[in-house]
Design a protein. Structure first.
Length: 571
């Protein structure tokens, strides 16, 4: 019999007062012994919305096996996901970032409502990874994160491909350099099975973060979703979370420290990862009461070399990183070169340095380079500030040949208008395309714009124009694309004042982005500015717009740990 005197589940499983609760457990076939054991929530984002999530139910079964074998009682439940690929390029993308908060909130509410003692969270699609990690830190019960796994590469015309080539193919067709039949053939071969998008896009970036921040088991981010060898990590996660329950931790807030967040940002930079990490790391930090905003993330990016040669900026896919030793091999290289805090605790109960002590980088791999001979001396993602973005913006420079751009603005009030102009090729080389009113509040929902950026790249214009927005980009975006401009247009930021023809200067090496308009002229425009009304006057998007904060602080919707008066784990 487990001593539940300090576990949340005592409220629903111990003593005469829990008789009604136990009646429900018996109705589900649970035994007296199972009711007496710690309850472990097994949270997944399984659904039939996308290949990213389709294997999570199978992996959850393996987690439950591990929990049971270690003397716990697993209780599986699911949260929603919005799948970015299918939501992309239309109004559906407004739901994507909002879903991160809904995932975190729904996991919190399920755990609170049923008094579960610990959690193993499994996620596949982009926003589900940070959503689950946010919930883990918010709840602060023993917790382990498990990635569902990447796609295997597609194969077309003798080359490995991912979905990125399909997105870019839309622009190539519009330019007249590809037949629609060719695009149709490519798309049918681009995603050969389950798993998240194959490059170092948002899901794979945040999977690497899960190991670097210490919430995932070493090596668990690597195996593809199609490989049932992933199930061994799932079983181990179930067993290990029970050890954390028995030993009292370490719990997530001992793991997710400022140093651990710096480790996570280091891995994003070193892999040329997704700019969305600039939103998600501050949001995870917020749940722990740590002030770690875009400025802090970008400071790490500035001092970290890009050493993992991964798409979209590089040559290889996430499965190739796994074959090269996976995230542990990358972490080992960074640790040995002095870029990581080795004393950070992890869910193994050991420090990062202890986990990596026996890791050896394979000699024949080509994916992970030496920090002494990097692809770029600074990270694959950098921050920008200036008169157009006083609170900051972010750009992925991995793979860029030019680091500076100056040109006249061409202003669009939403993504659709810009996308139509791109498909019609109704823009000019040298212009700075400005898409505003797509921020967290103004969208609402801060859409990502892979359809537009990929079409530009597919037309061969990825570095011949720049794109600036208060919205965001997919991890698959490449080209001179600056997102997360803060303050956003809906909050009266300078991006709301830009007019066609205004000169915009961008210097990614210096970290500067300026609107080259006299201050007196901007003051006149500001005095005449009227906020644009959203067309969402009710429902989830309206509610989100009322509470969401700035992108440079993670686009969060509640005060975070700094204002809490109790921790769920200690009820």
């Amino acid at each position: 019999m487990t001593d539940k005197s300090k576990l949340p589940s005592r409220h629903v499983s111990v003593g005469p007062q829990s008789a009604p609760h136990r009646a429900f457990y018996y109705a589900m076939g649970m035994t007296e012994a199972e009711i007496a054991q710690p309850f472990v929530g097994v949270a997944t984002t399984w659904n039939e919305n996308a290949p990213c999530n389709i294997t999570l139910h199978r992996q959850a079964a393996a987690v439950k096996h591990g929990v049971k074998s270690a003397g716990g009682t697993p209780r599986e439940f699911a949260a929603i996901t919005v799948t970015d690929v299918i939501a992309m390029g239309h109004q559906g993308m407004k739901a994507s970032l909002v879903s991160r908060e809904v995932i975190a909130d729904s996991v919190e509410l399920t755990m609170r409502g049923h008094c579960y003692d610990a959690i193993v969270g499994l996620a596949g699609c982009d926003k589900s990874l940070p959503g689950l990690m946010m919930a883990m830190v918010r709840l602060d019960v023993p917790a382990i994160f498990l990635y569902g796994g990447t796609n295997l590469p597609g194969r077309w015309r003798g080359k490995d491909i991912s979905l990125l080539e399909v997105f870019e193919g839309v622009g190539t067709v519009a330019k007249g350099d590809m037949e629609e039949a060719e695009l149709e053939g490519m798309l049918r071969k681009s995603v050969p099975g389950p798993g998240s998008c194959a490059g170092q896009f948002t899901a794979n970036t945040m999977a690497c973060v899960s190991e670097a921040i210490g919430l995932a088991l070493p090596g668990s981010a690597g195996p593809p979703a199609a490989y049932e060898s992933r199930d061994a990590y799932a079983v181990h996660a179930g067993e290990q979370v029970m050890r954390l329950v028995a030993e009292g931790g370490p719990r997530p807030r001992r793991i997710v420290t400022r140093a651990a967040l710096e480790n996570a940002a280091t891995v994003v930079a070193a892999t040329g990862g997704s700019t969305n990490a600039g939103l998600h790391l501050p949001a995870i930090a917020h749940e722990a009461g740590i002030d770690f905003g875009l400025d802090d993330v970008c400071e790490i990016f500035k001092r970290t070399p890009w050493i993992a040669d991964l798409k979209p900026g590089g040559r290889y896919l996430h499965v190739d990183l796994w074959a090269a030793g996976g995230v542990p091999a990358l972490l080992k290289v960074l640790l040995d070169a002095g870029y990581l805090h080795g004393d950070c605790l992890t869910v193994t109960g050991k420090t990062m340095a202890e986990n990596l002590a026996d890791v050896v980088l394979p000699e024949d791999q080509k994916v992970i380079l030496s920090p002494r001979a990097p692809l770029s001396p600074t990270g694959g993602v950098v921050g920008l500030k200036g008169s157009l973005a006083p609170d900051g913006a972010i750009v992925k420079v991995a793979g860029l040949k030019r680091m500076a751009f100056r040109g006249p603005a061409r202003v669009f009030e939403n993504e659709e208008d810009c996308f139509r102009a791109v498909i019609r090729r109704d823009y000019r080389e040298g212009e700075v395309l400005v898409i505003r009113n797509e921020g967290p509040k103004g969208g609402p929902g801060m859409r990502e714009m892979l359809s537009t950026t990929a079409a530009l790249y597919g037309q061969g214009m990825g570095e011949k124009v720049a794109l600036v927005t208060d919205g965001r980009f997919s991890g698959g975006t490449r080209g001179f694309c600056i997102g997360h401009v803060s303050p956003e247009a809906a909050s009266g930021g300078p991006i709301a004042l830009v007019r066609d023809g205004d000169s915009i200067a961008i210097d990614a090496e210096a970290g500067i982005m300026d609107l080259e308009v006299p201050e007196a002229e901007l003051a006149a425009r500001r005095a005449a500015w009227v906020p644009r009304e959203t067309e969402y006057g009710s429902g989830a998007l309206w509610r989100y717009a009322q509470t969401v904060g700035s992108a440079h602080k993670g686009a969060v919707t509640h005060p975070g740990a700094a204002k809490e008066t109790h921790i769920y784990a200690e009820i």
